[in-house]
Design a protein around this ligand. Structure first.
Ligand SMILES: [Zn+2]
Length: 303
């Protein structure tokens, strides 16, 4: 019931507001009494679908249909519950793109609702799903002495996580090999690399590094979203003496540069790209685009 409160004293205002609230409550009760109350279930399979870019700022999340739902509310927040972001979506929508912080684990939940008396009536929240961005910055220090080859690597922290898995490969488009897990804390952002696939690491070999952020739920590690197979944080070549490591960082934009003359394409950080004249450069968003365009991968940077 709508009404205008005109009283000047606080007491008058309170009484008028209370009267309006009571009247509204009665109207609402009548509306409810002629509505069949539904029991909505939790939306099933609340899950992460994919990262929308290698910057880990946007991703797609999804869930299964809930019987009787007229819409859904998604709730994203950091793991401490702060920075909550609620969004209402239509009943025929089962996924949405959302913005997340690239240096924080986010948690997501979804619940269904139906309309009754002009109000949303919500069902229970789904289970919590974690969204775990990967680190994007690698630093490395070659700590070798003689034939004792050793690389100390470190990366930027992802707040709200429970440690990291380190993967290595010599071909970023091929198989990645688990190397080690760090301590179960977000601040454990370093590892020492001495071995690869059961053997000592070798000189003159480029090792590509991928870090996968881990997250626990009730003490058990969750399945966490993996970056695309060719996504990596950086790569290094090891030498026999302790020195500043030759770390090549992953192209943050995921760009590939082709040479119009040679029809060879490169990572944008490849030395060949620096030597190329601007008029010969062709930019590709993805490796596939370059190959479809008739370009061959460079044998040095192995894009
Ligand atoms: Zn190249």
């Amino acid at each position: 019931m709508a009404g205008t409160v005109t009283g000047k004293s606080a007491g008058t205002v309170t009484t008028a507001v209370k009267a309006a609230e009571t009247a509204d409550y009665e109207t609402a009760s009548k509306a409810v009494s002629i509505t069949v109350n539904k029991t909505l279930k939790k939306p099933g399979n609340c899950h992460f679908i994919k990262w929308n870019s290698s910057k880990y700022t946007s991703c797609r999340i999804g869930w299964n249909k809930t019987e009787g739902a007229e819409g859904y509310e998604t709730l994203l927040s950091w793991t401490d519950g702060s920075h909550a972001n609620r969004t209402i979506v239509k009943s025929n929508v089962r996924c949405r793109d959302c913005t997340v912080h690239p240096q924080h684990v986010s948690q997501m939940m979804v619940r269904a609702f139906y309309m009754s008396g002009g109000q949303r009536k919500f069902g229970p929240w789904s289970n919590v799903e974690y969204i775990t961005p990967s680190p994007t910055r690698l630093t490395a220090k070659n700590a070798s002495s003689g034939t004792n080859l050793k690389m100390n690597i470190s990366w930027n922290i992802i707040y709200g996580c429970n440690g990291y898995n380190v993967f290595l490969t010599t071909n970023p488009n091929g198989t990645w090999y688990w190397n080690q897990s760090t301590a179960v804390k977000a601040t454990a952002t370093s590892a020492v690399i001495t071995r690869f696939r059961g053997s000592a690491i070798r000189k003159n070999t480029r090792y590509y590094v991928r870090i996968v952020t881990r997250r626990q739920r009730n003490g058990v590690f969750c399945t966490v979203p993996m970056p695309a197979s060719n996504t990596y944080i950086g790569s290094f070549i090891i030498s026999g003496k302790s020195e500043s490591a030759n770390v090549v960082n992953r192209d943050p934009k995921g760009e590939y540069i082709g040479n119009r003359n040679s029809k060879i394409f490169h990572h944008s950080w490849c030395a060949s790209v620096r030597k190329m004249s601007d008029s010969n450069k062709v930019r590709f968003e993805s490796r596939n685009d370059a190959i479809k365009g008739g370009y061959r991968p460079c044998k040095n940077c192995n894009p």
